[in-house]
Design a protein. Structure first.
Length: 417
């Protein structure tokens, strides 16, 4: 009864995402999916928790596909958001949920397609899978990993977790501090390769410069005559409260607000969007509405009158940062900020909330003079004022920082393939 009760409680507490997770993980081991696993025996298996980790693996996957098109690739996700966003990813032979890590399920899963190699991204340490992979002698790697003294591996109660790290054939870490920490605790199959996310955002930059996405035309029209533009990416309600106050202050100082805001919420469910629309009242326009308008002239007139463009469509954020003089990155008043280098690669200053300590790249941007953390509205106002005024100088530092961190994919690829 207890497991059934837990599942019911989880469904009640977490809703459709949890239900999708349970369904998807069960399906991976169902008879229906067995032929998919068997058809991909000998594949390179790459596991990412969600979309962010997948983006770290993506440069490696796509290089492998280009140079070894005959190699099969299986990608697994833990989160429903990751799976739903990339279930049709064209460079993988199969995209699946990873079943919950019990010893029995790990054995069944690995027996199904018998991977030639396993690659886990960043924070993914699954005891049952790692032990079974080691038992079967399958080369297993961790890429773009980062370690801190506060993690469970390095506490008196973490000896069992520390042993798991010896299941990896090799661990490619982001920085020298991680390598030293592992070495101090007896883990020596490790080397500094950097973070593959830098390579990924640089690829996005190159693709954006090569060809313009037609879907972005309304955004270009929105900012066409705007003297100053702030792009706020992956925002949460705590971020939006501050941004609303900022836009309101701009309007009070100047009836025609001198700053335009492109707002890209992290969640675009109806409840969150309703809160955003209530917050910005008549000063916003929805991207989906404006994109559907047949008349270009009507669209331009509406866009010129709006202070805020709300992007209620997924998959555009990484290319939208090109339209701003400054980027505000959401999440810093919650569990942690989202992807800062996705914006920095375009050469724009980056501003974010206080919870950034576990994000090496955010500290790197601050150290480079290209990023600034804020704790309240007063600090946000000051940070945006400075960033907008000096966006070219500060933005150049942001771009230089990203360029200095490139090359992780090359190092890992050469070592593995």
């Amino acid at each position: 009864m207890w497991p059934i009760y837990c599942v019911k409680m989880a469904n009640t507490l977490f809703g459709h995402k949890t239900r999708a997770l349970f369904r998807g993980q069960r399906a991976t081991l169902d008879a229906e999916h067995r032929p998919i696993l068997e058809a991909n025996r000998g594949a390179v298996w790459i596991h990412a928790a969600s979309v962010g980790e997948f983006e770290q693996a993506r440069p490696l996957i796509e290089r492998l596909r280009r140079e070894h098109p005959d190699r099969k690739i299986v990608v697994t996700f833990f989160s429903p958001s990751g799976y739903e966003a990339r279930k049709n990813y064209p460079h993988a032979d199969a995209v699946l949920y990873l079943p919950f890590a019990t010893r029995r399920k790990a054995k069944r899963f690995l027996e199904g397609f018998q991977p030639s190699m396993a690659i886990f991204v960043k924070y993914e340490f699954w005891p049952a899978y790692l032990k079974e992979l080691k038992k079967r002698g399958i080369p297993t790697y961790s890429i773009s990993a980062i370690f801190r003294p506060t993690q469970r591996f390095f506490h008196w109660y973490g000896s069992g977790a520390l042993k798991l790290l010896h299941c990896f054939t090799h661990i490619f870490v982001q920085d020298e501090a991680s390598r030293r920490l592992l070495a101090e605790h007896g883990v020596h199959e490790c080397s500094v390769a950097g973070d593959t996310r830098f390579d990924r955002v640089n690829e996005v930059l190159a693709a954006t410069r090569e060809r313009q996405d037609a879907r972005l035309l309304p955004i270009a029209q929105f900012v066409e005559e705007a003297p100053q533009v702030v792009v706020a990416g992956s925002t949460w309600p705590e971020d939006e409260v501050l941004l609303e106050e900022y836009i309101e202050d701009c309007r009070l100082k100047n009836e025609e607000c001198g700053v335009k805001l492109i707002l890209v919420p992290h969640e675009i469910n109806e409840e969150h969007l309703h809160d955003i629309f209530q917050r910005f009242k008549g000063r916003f326009v929805k991207f989906s509405d404006i994109s559907a308008m047949p008349s270009n002239l009507s669209r331009v007139n509406i866009l010129r009158r709006a202070d805020v463009l709300v992007i209620d469509t997924i998959g555009l954020l990484s290319t939208i940062y090109q339209f701003g003089q400054v980027a505000y990155i959401g999440g810093g008043f919650g569990e942690g900020i989202h992807n800062t280098i996705e914006a920095a690669v375009y050469g724009v200053p980056v501003v974010f909330g206080p919870n950034y300590k576990h994000f090496r790249e955010a500290q790197g941007l601050i150290d480079a003079g290209a990023g600034r953390s804020i704790k309240n509205y007063k600090e946000l106002e000051a940070a945006l004022a400075t960033a907008l005024e000096q966006h070219q100088t500060i933005g150049a530092k942001a771009a230089e920082y990203v360029q200095s961190e490139l090359g992780a994919t090359e190092k890992i690829y050469k070592a593995l393939f």
